[in-house]
Design a protein around this ligand. Sequence first.
Ligand code: PRX
Length: 633
Amino acid sequence: MSEFNPATNEWYHPSKEITRGARVKDYEKLYAEADADIEAYWAKQAKSLDWFKPWKQVLDRSNAPFYKWFVGGKINIAYNALDRHIKTWRKNKVALIWEGEPGDKVVLSYWRLWKEVNKFANVLKGMGVKKGDRVTVYMGRVPELIITMLAIAKIGAIHSVVYGGFSEQALADRIEDAQSRVLVTCDGAWLRGSIVKLKDVVDEAVRRAPIVETVIVVKRTAHDVRMEQGRDYWYHDLMALPIASPTCESEVMDAEDPLFILYTSGTTGKPKGILHTHGGYAVYTSTTLANVFDIKDDDRYWCAADPGWITGHSYIVYAPLILGATSVIYEGAPNHPYPDRWWRIIEDYGVTILYTAPTAIRGLMRFGDMWPSRRDLSSLRLLGSVGEPINPEAWRWYHRVIGKENCPIMDTWWQTETGGFMISPVPSVSLKPGSATRPLPGIKIDIVDEHGESVPPGHDGVLVIQQPWPGMLRTIYGDPERFKKQYWSAFEKQGWYLTGDTARRDEDGYVWIIGRNDDVIKVSGYRLGTAEVESGLVSHPSVAESAVIGIPDEVKGNIIYAYCILKAGIQKSDELKEALKDHIRHEIGPIAVPAKIDFVDVLPKTRSGKIMRRVLRARAQGLPEGDTSTLEE
Ligand code: PRX
């Protein structure tokens, strides 16, 4: 958080019971084994999946950085998530336990989920969706979201899930970029007892991105929505038609065929469509989930993220189902109607693994120990954290109050681009609060200076990944040049992947992530580009120029401050500030709304015209401005 003060000498050792039961009992040994031959290691992991046809080559490096994994292999990730379990005793195992915010419940066995997916896959086919077509999905956290994603994958189409917190312009941009003709949505979503009107957002987005021909609407909140004849269809109506047959063959996909596009923020205003594939992604997510969260058949696993983000794609939808796990999913806000909602869910369903983000932990910590203490949390075995560095205070609270000092915390460092966990403990590893510990087997990293030299322990450097891995992004959709430039140009000679994070290693080789070193801000764990928010502000008719920075915040990790230069003749006023916030709410979404907007006459810039965000940050926090020799104000 604000002051980086790592707890490098505070050790937490896993109990004998945890280590004895762990899938990876000896981290060092497995790491060395994988490191000696990464291709052999990944080939061994890949064998636990069902392939229609085996691969000929594990890794093709010939066109780096466009690496290919499991070349020649034929597979379908949805087949691995569902069909293969139907042939075993898992057929009647519970796949999903879903709880709606108002308290309604749905339980789906593997059999039932498989049927629903097959039916919707046939509906999509009936609507003309074919292999390789992009389908945009904009929904709340409901079972139909998971059904939709799997159905799209099953028929070989490509899903582009847009988080339900994005607004009309952000959705329109993503539809345009992916060129989706079909969109699946909900009428609304429940959040803190009120309805988020998703269908209204869709109507406006489709007006701005008219490529969409068909909109399928899941009835969730049942408020009045406008249905456009010939374009909009109710999901339940389509699922009642004869085309919704309950059997559907999985499309035979090449291991390298695209599975999904997921948009994330980068250093320019335009969001990047991160592309993942059927083969390598299936191998990578399932292996890492098995190793880190040690999934057992009697676990009740709860990843409290949104399926609309990478954490949800990898570790709510695909990996847990591939492993045949039972997952818990909750629709709404953690503190609705009371701050013990999450703790009650753990008690009610006997949750054994809870995986969430530091911002949620800090938010719930604020309500005090009373709320978790009145619930029985004794079923918990492992805890997890993701999305941003977890500050030691939050870590200790999570460990003591939620885990009762019995549950190791898996602090997983990774990115939308990496597909799955990269730096993370496994349950048998000793922990230090705030450190993601060491890279997982098969992952080679370093922390280096700008010349690529390793920095000594205790020094900051940039985090790089030195070997390809199966879950890596394959490209930025429609923009291979940007993919090369963004991730592979800084250390082109060495062939390393640039993460965009600053990190440090301690004397024990433990990694401490400090934060982003590019123009990306993490707000409540959500990733936002300064350029994205700045172009949102400048698109308002009264703003000439703007600069956006992230300022440390107790609960959210960071909050956004925006500085705007107004166009000539525009009056500065509080009403205008509110209007600008509202504008951002519609351009991007509520998560991007600045906590504070200041009107200024000039912005600190270098002589070459680059905004010096460092100076703005120092000013905002009343800190020394540092070296301002290049400043031209
Ligand atoms: O800065 C790192 C931070 O989140 C970034 C990736 O964001 P996103 O693509 O949205 O994916 C988030 C979920 C995987 C990283 O570059 N980050 C993620 N996990 C951690 C983290 N920072 C510190 N510790 C973590 N465990």
